[in-house]
Write a protein that binds this ligand. Structure first.
Ligand SMILES: Cc1cc2nc3c(=O)[nH]c(=O)nc-3n(C[C@H](O)[C@H](O)[C@H](O)COP(=O)(O)O)c2cc1C
Length: 175
């Protein structure tokens, strides 16, 4: 069991995974973390699409030109959605839920990485949101924030370097 202090230091972005599937109990714990995360006004209006179909995950990895190819190696992808017309904090709510899932995954010894989708897309001008909407039948009122890829780690990564922390970005009382 990691203490929270250790967990935040161990959490890194993992983009290389083995083919091993993630245990369904672990998937449930990851989603539980998202569903327990704080939301503006307690709205809890995010939605999560759990994608474990290899073909669909591969299509998600092509939703933008750069930075999502690693998803194809994930055994699980969770698409984080919000409802901008109903919730002015849909981005914040979704981001917090995504991080909660990443920390839970790390505690389980699993790797994960965020693939940004909001505001990203293909060089022909198609947004990643449009591509993903088509793959997963997402209703019009929901927008895609990101896709988090999860899997069993197939690479080692160093702990976060305590010496490299940007303490200079922390200001006391005044900027
Ligand atoms: C808002 C956000 C967007 C990100 N988008 C991507 C992405 O599209 N593709 C990717 O490979 N990593 C993405 N990342 C992961 C970052 O590259 C990574 O967190 C950063 O380089 C620090 O590395 P670490 O997570 O290993 O500490 C994103 C992270 C955040 C928080």
């Amino acid at each position: 069991m990691n203490s929270f202090k250790e967990l935040v230091q161990k959490r890194r972005s993992y983009r290389n995974f083995t083919n091993e599937e993630i245990d369904s109990e672990d998937v449930k714990l990851i989603l539980r973390a998202a569903l327990m995360s704080p939301t503006s006004k307690g709205r809890r209006s995010w939605h999560f699409i759990v994608v474990d179909d290899k073909m669909a995950i591969e299509k998600l990895s092509d939703a933008k030109d750069m930075g999502a190819k690693f998803l194809a190696k994930s055994s699980l992808a969770i698409v984080v959605l919000g409802e901008p017309l109903q919730n002015d904090c849909w981005i914040e709510d979704g981001a917090i839920a995504a991080l909660a899932m990443q920390l839970q995954a790390e505690e389980l010894g699993l790797g994960s990485c965020w693939a940004q989708m909001r505001g990203r897309g293909l060089s022909d001008g198609t947004s990643a949101d449009t591509v993903i909407r088509g793959i997963l039948d997402i209703p019009e009122n929901y927008n895609v924030l990101c896709v988090v890829g999860f899997g069993h780690k197939n690479e080692g990564r160093a702990l976060q370097d305590e010496e490299a922390l940007k303490w200079e970005n922390v200001h006391i009382n005044k900027f």
